[in-house]
Ligand binder design. Structure first.
Ligand code: PLP
Length: 405
């Protein structure tokens, strides 16, 4: 594995200062920074072969189309899907879930049917299902969590019934860091022939994802959270599901034959890719996946585990700091609160020290409701962070406390 100085040198933004202080970027759960190779790849598309994909007969369009389809193949192999037809490009996790919620709802949902989610979900994995339930007269059922921030599996098993049509859960909580037991969740749902969608927005960047081994029916993630460009995401679906679902958007490229009487649709995966897709970002995402593979996904996971453990012991040793989410299985995300100090004040003061954290509900209000709190401060770490940066955060927290003392 490259050493940490070499890794950090790959990310130009990490060199910059904020308010004259070295940047400490601990908001990786919201979006990750980009290595130079990703920036260069996207630049190269625009500088040397930009042409709309799949439509042109000209050289540039051919080149762009080829790079776009190669990116699809890269994603397929990265998550170990069976076929390229199972990889759909979207605008991001939100786009993927909205698409499936719409299509699945249209095809399979009747009044009284149930969709199971967990209390750890990001709003992106709640609201699209809620909208679909309102349209179709279906009902959301929610797996509760315990005070460690873990889902209560026994309660999940009780929720599964002949009314369940789909289970949609996150691989890891963006608000607390908890990793969910997705294999158990999927196995129990499959036992009664119910498909499962896994929201991988906080999973894919932290370790190896193998959709075949996991046996999920759908897997979604965002390029920008795995060191890739913004505006691109992935919807993986088993072919047996995707082939039976209607498109969620209509337009160019997703069609086979169009007349005013009737339109027939393109084959997979194109039937789900209407209009001009964000091909420069898809090609940039392939470059990000190459970068992650070069660093090594086991290496990333073990480095992040070490950072999490160091940060947990540093922060929990500070009097007045309460950490939310104490599962043994966590990604490198720590949510905390300093006694008697509002999270926005903490976040704003840390910012002036060059430390970027996120504050608030983290788009996961039901998690905050469980604890009866308004929000937390969240430090989401990744492999390019260092123990020295964690020390800077710990010193920053002490300073915040002294300002409010
Ligand atoms: N799901 C989870 C668990 C997330 O953490 C996020 C973003 O933070 C999303 C979904 C939505 O991702 P995006 O905004 O990239 O669509």
């Amino acid at each position: 594995m490259k050493d940490i100085a070499e890794i950090r040198a790959d990310f130009p933004i990490l060199k910059r200062k904020v308010y004259g202080k070295p940047l400490v970027y601990f908001d990786n759960g919201a979006t990750t920074q980009k290595p130079q190779c990703v920036i260069d790849t996207v630049d190269e598309v625009y500088e040397s072969y930009n042409g709309n994909i799949h439509r042109g007969v000209h050289f540039l369009s051919d080149m762009s189309s080829e790079a776009y389809e190669k990116a699809r193949e890269k994603v397929r192999s990265f998550i170990n899907a069976d076929k390229r037809e199972e990889i759909v490009f979207t605008s991001g996790t939100t786009g993927s879930i909205n698409g499936i919620a719409f299509s699945f709802g249209e095809q399979y949902i009747k009044p009284g049917d149930e969709i199971i989610l967990s209390q750890l979900e990001h709003h992106a994995n709640i609201v699209p299902w809620q909208m679909m339930c309102e349209r179709k007269g279906a009902v959301l059922r929610v797996i509760p969590i315990n005070d460690n921030g873990e889902i209560i599996l026994e309660e999940y098993y009780k929720l599964l019934s002949s009314k369940t049509r789909l289970v949609s859960v996150t691989q890891a909580s963006n608000a607390l860091g908890t990793i969910l037991p997705v294999k158990e969740i999927i196995a129990a749902a499959h036992h009664i022939n119910v498909p499962v969608l896994i929201d991988g927005a906080q999973g894919v960047q932290h370790g190896i994802v193998d959709v075949k081994a996991m046996d999920c029916d759908f897997y979604v993630f965002s390029g920008h959270k795995i060191y890739g460009p913004n505006g691109i995401g992935i919807l993986y679906g088993k072919e047996k599901w995707l082939s039976g679902l209607p498109p969620f958007q209509g337009g160019g490229d997703m069609v086979d034959k169009v007349t005013f009487e009737k339109t027939t649709y393109n084959e997979l995966p194109f039937k789900f890719e209407a209009g001009t897709m964000n091909y420069p970002a898809a090609i940039g995402l392939a470059s990000a996946l190459d970068y992650v593979s070069d660093i090594g996904r086991e290496n990333i996971a073990s480095r992040e585990k070490e950072l999490l453990s160091y940060a947990t012991s540093r922060l929990s040793a500070i009097e007045g700091v309460k950490i939310y989410g104490s599962s043994d299985m966590k990604i490198s995300t720590i949510s905390f609160h300093i006694k008697d100090i509002h999270q926005y004040d903490t976040g704003m003061i840390l910012d002036k020290m060059g430390i970027a954290v996120r504050t608030g509900t983290h788009c996961a209000q039901p998690v905050m409701d469980h604890y009866g709190i308004e929000g937390t401060v969240r430090a989401s770490l990744c492999f390019y962070n260092t123990k020295e940066e964690i020390d800077t955060l710990a010193e920053g927290i002490e300073k915040v406390k002294s300002m409010f003392a």
